[in-house]
Design a protein around this ligand. Structure first.
Ligand code: ZN
Length: 174
């Protein structure tokens, strides 16, 4: 951050009185601009035995495969966000969303929350952020072409739990 979003004066990074870490502070208007982690929400959409993945049309990792997920919007619940992202990126409606995975990605200041979800039907189509959307059986998952470590970890966990049919909520750090 270089300029104050309230008054457009330059900001400085320093510790405000009584705080324990540096913030972007505006000396012109006194605003303190706090920056906090962003929440990414998404789904592991299932149709029968298969999982829906999207091939990314956007940077980073263009051309790699991912699960439908994106930033939560203001005023939205995490289920609404996961459902919206799945519709936007994969053109797929999902029902029966169960909270399943939470990863603290402290290096990039994100909290990543994934739901298991059942697709409402075998209908899907690439949204503008996807080149291609496809259903994959477990043996077809393109492990070497997954976009992010957190996607790999999510799918590994899912296929590890699936034989038992028991999917305990998992929280991990990356
Ligand atoms: Zn200001």
């Amino acid at each position: 951050m270089n300029y104050c979003s309230h008054c457009a004066a330059p900001v400085a990074l320093r510790k405000p009185p009584g705080d324990d870490r540096p913030r972007f502070v505006c000396d012109a208007c006194g605003a303190i601009h706090y920056q906090n982690p962003r929440v990414v929400v998404g789904c592991i959409p299932q149709w029968e035995e298969r999982i829906l993945l999207c091939r990314r049309a956007i940077a980073p990792r263009t051309g790699m495969w991912t699960l439908p997920a994106g930033y939560l919007e203001n005023g939205e619940t995490i289920i609404e966000g996961a459902r919206r992202e799945t519709l936007e990126e994969a053109g797929a409606g999902v029902a029966d969303l169960f909270p399943y995975l939470l990863f603290n990605l402290t290096v990039v200041n994100q909290i990543y929350i994934m739901f298991r979800a059942r697709m409402s039907g075998p209908r899907f189509a690439p949204g503008k952020e996807s080149l291609e959307v496809r259903l994959f059986a477990q043996l077809e998952i393109p492990w070497e072409e997954l976009a992010f470590t957190v996607i790999r970890a999510s799918l590994e966990r899912f296929f590890q739990d699936r034989p038992s049919g028991f999917y305990p909520f998992f929280m991990g750090d990356m």
